[in-house]
Design a protein around this ligand. Sequence first.
Ligand code: CA
Length: 445
Amino acid sequence: MYEINETHDPNLRSWVESANDPNTDFPIQNLPFCLFRPDPEDEYDFRPPQMGVAIGDQIFDLLSAHLNGLFGRRFDDIFVGLDEFSPDFIASMFGPEPLSDLRTEAMNVLNVNAPRSIIANAKKYLVPMGGVELELPFLIGDYTDFYCSIYHATNVGSMFRPDNPLMPNYKYVPIGYHGRASSIVISGTDIKRPHGQNRSDAEKPPVFIPARNLDYEMELGFFVGRENELGTPINIRDAEDHIFGVCLVNDWSARDIQAWEYQPLGPFLAKNFATTISPYVVTMEALAPFRTPAFERDAADPQPLDHLNDEQNQKFGGLDINLEVYIQTERMRQQNIEPHLLSRSNTKDLYWTIGQMLTHHASNGCNLQTGDLMATGTVSGKEKNERGCLLEMTWRGTEPIDLPSGEQRRFLEDGDEIIMKGYCEREGFRRIGFGECRGRVLPAD
Ligand code: CA
């Protein structure tokens, strides 16, 4: 687990002026990784996407900076002759440590106190964020989605089983299912309304129609950096050494398809038509100032079993990340109405830590690979305005939401855009943010 160090100093400033704006998501203390195409208009540019870090409203091209000698000698020695740069390539070749070093190297170059010659050189490798095309930051081999908000699980459970909302396993097992990696898309990708089997009329056979109850789920995702071998579990004490960083996740969900298909094996086509992630991977090191204790369990709750219980994880395994969901409908866009805030929740309310999720995942010897994505499940809090999906907010559509355009929503309509944001704030530290995870719903074919 990363300690707070000199890279978290709130007084650090960059010569990239936009990074010093107090409202930016990307001050020099953050430097999240991304993969980008510098010139998306050039159809003859067949080069692989480049690895960069976000700084203010710019992206700093790490490969070009490395090839032009901007980083330290020790770093150059590791990567000498290397002309492929991507987070999964580096982590699978050298382990995740060089990625952390890379953050420090980039920080030194982007620092306002860097030597003038370095700054003059480095300016050539900045690209405005608005002009690039961002790609998935990792080659995601596998995707697993958990269900770790006890408030979400209790709300959803009580809609279906009012007397017994939480299953007896919930306080022992970080519940999850294997999702689908091929349909994970980057923020900004349109989402086509899926078709599926609907059986809303219990008297009749199901019909195959466009999903009616389309929903989003506000989640936090985390990427595996260090792998474990098949058959070798990960000790809870070492869990975070295997986690590279985090992003925002929208687990699009078709509730009507889900209600009919989920028994007995759980979610399938209701979930795997699309999952959107934000393009920037905020490293665990950048998150060090924003750690919290694990969820404080009720006195009556069982303690985690030994293999999921660790003193350091209990003290610092939580994350204080604010998550916000906004909606902008077609009519709101036409009337120039700003996106409307639907909910605000926080990952510190999750019942299980990301370390416990990862350790549980590998506890049977399942091998996790660099670039695997895991997500926490819908992050909901105790309060009504902290519910991270429409299913909960509108209580299965029975309590529609009023929008500033005069419209109402039970579930998502065609043309609706969902915009998710995340940020960390703590007294004495620089605010850091996650950028956006957005997607617009297109009509079904
Ligand atoms: Ca989910």
